[in-house]
Design a protein around this ligand. Sequence first.
Ligand code: NAD
Length: 485
Amino acid sequence: MQKYLNLIDGEWLPAKSGAVFQNINPADRREVVSEFPQSGAEDTARAIEAAQRAFPAWSATTSVARGRILGKVSQILEAKKSELAELLTREEGKTLAESTGEVQRSADIFRFFSGISYTLGGQTIPHDLPNNLLYTSRQPLGVVGLITPWNFPIAIPAWKLAPALVTGNCVVIKPASAAPALTHEIAKALIEAGLPKGALNIITGPGSTAGAELATNPAVAALSFTGSQKVGATIYTQLAGRMARAQMEMGGKNPTIVLGDADLDLAVNLVVRAGFGLTGQACTATSRVIVEKSVLQPFLEKLSAKAAALKVGNGLTPGIDMGPAVSQEQLDGNLKYVADAIKEGATLVTGGSALTEGDLAHGYFMQPTVLSNVTPEMRIASEEVFGPVLAVLAVDGFDEAIRLANSVDVGLSASIVTKDLKKAMLYADRIEAGVVKINQISTGLALQAPFGGVKGSSTDSYKEQGPGAIEFYSRLKTVYLDYSN
Ligand code: NAD
């Protein structure tokens, strides 16, 4: 078991109360993976003070110097890739291949923002008068709070931390309690790379106390949150009360539309990867499959066969396609969604049960599940499950497919499978989603491109990832200089 402490002012410290919590391996409850401080609001307040103290010196360094540190972090993470991937799998449950990809992604994110450090200037603007200089300069915000979910426990901290630090902010991050270890591993890499004390602080503990302090403490200038809609809405209101800058990225109910002309093998492949990859625990996972009736039957047959053939088990075992749910609560929630959908009239095509044979009895495993005859009024058609459950809805044609896809109050990612270029382009125009895929899985993002949802999936004021990510973490100052006299 690995024991982690809070990071405050460069020191690894327990919670003031001394309380701790432990994380078990979701693939094998018998294994305690890690232990963390069960911090309260007072611990977070201390971390915020440390970040405030560190800000003048850290923000006075150049972005290029800060970028050099991020570049070293990238190398450290890459060198420790297999060790970190194994830790990620043991803590969160995803397969080793998925964890390895996520660690590599995180190293790449630090490398990307290291390069971006050379471009973080303002703009020179022509003035109305001669011998006058008009320009903008980019400034950090101060202390930035980051609150992250458990499902991408290294990539999401990485894609918030790298732009926050390269722009010169000091950070207090509170990772989700189900999987905080990789945030600490990033911090270790940052310290090894030369990050000064106080520039990054980590607090673990309950969202309602340790996390809430970040939302309510007036010294926190801005807060970037990724997580559920319910929590995001609460924090957004708290930030609005003191007019602090907010970035809330939340859940989705992502559709994949399968049109009558689609290559059905491709469609099934994409839907299986986007629905059951990462155990369905991705904010961009496909959870609604909207299929034209003309191909519904053959599509369902192929989908059912492919879903049933997936190998479910401990993500550390070679050849496993899908790991466990992250927790008992998550597994119970998934199974309840399935049971309720059947009660409401949906048909169980395949899966639907927990897996408890042999070694699987020790973890939170369930079968990849497909439900058909789903109608828009059912809960399963509009609420995020966050598990390996696909709801298949049948439509008469393209227009109905788009209407149905847009009928929910969230809009994160969407995909369509078709050979019809005109319909693909009309879909790209009309679909209400921040990420729009054509003949691709709804999951999977390019780290160099903007990412964020629309509608209830996001506050949609700033994008994450790509060069534009620095907009949230910095502000522009406009400078007028008259040298005519
Ligand atoms: P969650 O909302 O339960 O928790 C997210 C974080 O908020 C955790 O660190 C938690 O401790 C903290 N928190 C909880 N209550 C708080 C409060 N009152 N004040 C401050 N902080 C608080 O979400 P989760 O279960 O960790 O993650 C799953 C959710 O995240 C899903 O809805 C998923 O779609 C979403 N998600 C979105 C994206 C995206 O980029 N849009 C990416 C990944 C996950």
